[in-house]
Design a protein around this ligand. Structure first.
Ligand code: SF4
Length: 190
């Protein structure tokens, strides 16, 4: 796991239950979708931390209904809800939409995260931001307006294509006695 997951203003982790692969109640492969979502969103910076979860059925063992974005798998597909919290404030998520396929779920979630990135301010958590702009406005942007959803998801994908995947790795590989001034001195001498 890349360093920074625990404290970044960005994606933390995507919690999942064991899903249909390992549980008799599972309606969809929640673990597989969780891994795909983590790879999709991994390293993206956001105004505040973003936590996700995917539960394989409404028994909700991954506690998806108190996350910033939660997916609850059902027989007909994927219920995507947003704006939950489970810290200083505790709040249940609100249903954004239900989609039939994993691909749609990933596109809606990428578009929603991009909408949040483009319209919120630093340190404004998703549940506070949605309370301000309104869930109906979010639905209009990423559920009703398919073209806008794709455009948001495309912008998210573009930003993901240009960032450094692990900005801490380079630092960790430096010798123990490395100090920033050493690099500056070397550059000045060259
Ligand atoms: S949420 Fe459903 S599928 Fe996932 S572990 Fe719990 S009972 Fe099984």
């Amino acid at each position: 796991m890349v360093s920074g997951h625990a404290y970044s203003k960005g994606l933390r982790t995507v919690k999942t239950c064991v899903g249909s692969e390992f549980c008799r109640f599972g309606t969809q492969d929640s673990t597989g979708l969780g891994i795909k979502l983590e790879k999709l969103l991994w390293g993206s910076w956001t105004p505040a931390k973003v936590k996700l979860a995917v539960s394989g059925c409404p028994r909700n063992c991954a506690e998806a209904t108190c996350k910033d974005v939660g997916v609850v798998c059902v027989d007909s597909g994927y219920q995507i809800s947003v704006a939950g919290a489970a810290g200083m404030d505790v709040k249940e998520t609100e249903l954004l939409c239900t989609v039939a396929t994993e691909e749609e779920a990933m596109e809606v979630i990428a578009a929603f995260v991009q909408l949040y990135r483009e319209n919120s301010r630093y340190l404004h958590r998703i549940y506070k931001w949605v309370a301000k702009v309104g869930l109906d406005w979010c639905k209009a942007q990423v559920v009703a307006d398919l073209e806008n959803r794709r455009a948001l998801a495309d912008r998210f994908e573009l930003s993901q294509s240009v960032y450094r995947r692990d900005p801490w790795a380079e630092h960790a590989q430096r010798p123990a006695d490395w100090a920033p001034m050493m690099d500056l001195t070397r550059e000045a001498a060259e």
